[in-house]
Design a protein around this ligand. Structure first.
Ligand SMILES: [Fe+2]
Ligand SMILES: [Fe+2]
Length: 281
């Protein structure tokens, strides 16, 4: 049997997202015999960025590789981790001098195979970044040919750009999964060349809000144009991702399934000391 099950989890938002992940991921890995877990954590610390403490806790919960996004450096304390760990990647299409790895290759959970993971930022309606198209060509040349499992997180606003990237990588990547927009899409599929694709896996966080933030705060800002703190929401917390079955010998995917697990609402503030609030003024 050479199939592997790969779980890719969407943007973990703040403490509510971290809690639902810690509550459900270990059992999910066990129940679905998951061989690799990739998790986008660009919003994990206080809704924006990542701290070393949260990074360690994500790994302890069962995450194998963390991807980021346009908020990669929002918490500066993550920079030494980006420079030293092979379990985290920064966007591949930033400046050469930007801290962190453009791709990584790690052993699968049972140690029998290697998997490469990278992410690129989109260019439409996003802060300027280098071409994601040139970046993926560089990545595919640099990843050793014997690493057949290749997972690309496309962190972009426009679904058109993500879909185009899926077609561009069809037959050359195991999985292309979209993040950043925080809303799960209903277009999970296996493309003709054997690449699993979805435009957005959905966020892991509170859905009773606007992309993970309190709806009253977002509405106040939109209705009054006055500055407002976009506090993390707390209700309707879900873990969202995709589970992909792939052949470890060819790197081709054969199945993709959306995962959505509803969590328990927890009373209290949606922040704790790990969020690193106030250290980045
Ligand atoms: Fe983002
Ligand atoms: Fe995000």
């Amino acid at each position: 049997m050479s199939d592997i099950h790969i779980l890719c989890i969407g943007d973990v938002v703040g403490k509510p997202g971290r809690d639902v992940l810690a509550d459900h991921l270990p059992a999910l890995i066990e129940a679905r015999r998951i061989g690799l877990v990739v998790c986008n954590a660009e919003n994990a610390a206080g809704g924006s960025g990542l701290t070393p403490e949260i990074f360690k806790k994500l790994l302890a919960a069962g995450v194998d590789v963390v991807t980021l996004g346009d908020h990669a450096y929002r918490k500066k304390q993550i920079i030494p981790t980006l420079e030293t760990s092979d379990r985290i990647v920064r966007p591949a299409n930033l400046a050469v001098a930007a801290a962190g790895k453009r791709w990584t290759a790690v052993p699968t959970r049972d140690g029998s195979d290697q998997a490469a993971v990278a992410l690129v930022l989109g260019q439409m309606y996003m802060k300027p970044a280098d071409s994601p198209w040139a970046a993926v060509e560089r990545l595919l040349k640099e990843i050793p040919a014997d690493v057949r499992l290749r997972i690309i997180d496309v962190h972009a606003e426009a679904s058109s750009e993500k879909i185009a990237m899926g077609w561009n990588l069809d037959g050359r990547a195991t999985l292309v999964f979209g993040t950043h927009t925080h809303v799960p899409t209903a277009d999970a599929c296996i493309l003709p060349g054997g690449t699993a694709y979805i435009s957005d896996v959905g966020m892991t966080g509170p859905y009773d809000g606007v992309l993970g933030r309190r709806k009253d705060r977002v509405l106040k800002s939109l209705l009054t144009d006055m500055p407002t703190f976009y506090e993390i929401a707390t209700g309707d917390v879900r873990l969202c991702g995709v589970l992909v079955t792939a052949d470890t010998r060819t790197g081709r995917a054969s199945a993709i399934e959306r995962i959505e697990i509803r969590g328990q609402a927890r009373p209290g503030r949606p922040y704790d000391k790990d969020d690193g609030m106030g250290q980045n003024a």
